[in-house]
Design a protein around this ligand. Structure first.
Ligand code: MN3
Length: 201
């Protein structure tokens, strides 16, 4: 059974008005994400990992020197699928309900969360990801390098932003801080984060 690339949750041109172009999706979804799926399938072919849920492949291969390639590709497949759902057309705005209340109690409010997220995303040196996670029942903003993700640290991801250069170079060139602000202002899908939080309770 081969791993497959999840369909985008919206049209590849759906975020054009919010500064993420169809051209970005042509490469980021159509080339980068697709290549991770192809690579993963080639690496696990005819091994027990080919039949594991992808989360198990990620957790099992993490930290295993012989399985670095499997980990990198499996995690990147998962991370990108999660990233597409972390955005939506007409995103941005403010969280509501239980998520908003938890942001207030755990992180000191929405403005503090935004600042922490901007800092994490901007200071991830080189390639990686910024995350909002649930860690031992509390919200936390984190960053990871390359393909690493919160699953391998026992955390539950609620939201992510890809800060690999390929994620923003087409639309923002070298201006990562502008890409981060645009994500928070116009793209982020707080409903997705709220659903992921609700699934934990
Ligand atoms: Mn990427």
């Amino acid at each position: 059974m081969a791993f497959t690339q999840s369909p985008l949750p919206y049209d590849p041109g759906a975020l054009e008005a919010h500064n993420m172009s169809a051209r970005t999706f042509e490469f980021h979804y159509g080339k980068h994400h697709a290549a991770y799926v192809t690579n993963l399938n080639n690496l696990v072919k005819d091994t027990p990992m080919a039949d594991m849920p992808i989360e198990e492949v990620i957790k099992t291969s993490f930290g295993d020197a012989d399985k670095v390639g499997i980990f990198n590709n499996a995690a990147q497949v998962w991370n990108h699928t999660f990233f597409w759902s972390s955005m939506k057309p007409d995103g941005g705005g403010t969280p509501t309900g239980d998520l908003a209340a938890k942001i207030d109690s755990d992180l000191g409010g929405f403005d503090k969360l935004k600042e922490a997220f901007k800092t994490a995303a901007a200071t991830q040196f080189g390639s990686g990801w910024a995350w909002l996670v649930l860690d031992n029942g509390a919200l936390k903003v984190t960053k990871t390098g390359n393909a690493e993700n919160p699953l391998v640290h026992g955390q539950t991801p609620l939201l992510t932003l890809d800060v690999w250069e390929h994620a923003y170079y087409v639309d923002f060139q070298n201006r990562r801080p502008d890409f981060i602000s645009n994500y928070l202002d116009q793209l982020v899908n707080w409903d997705f984060a709220a659903q992921n939080l609700a699934a934990c309770s």
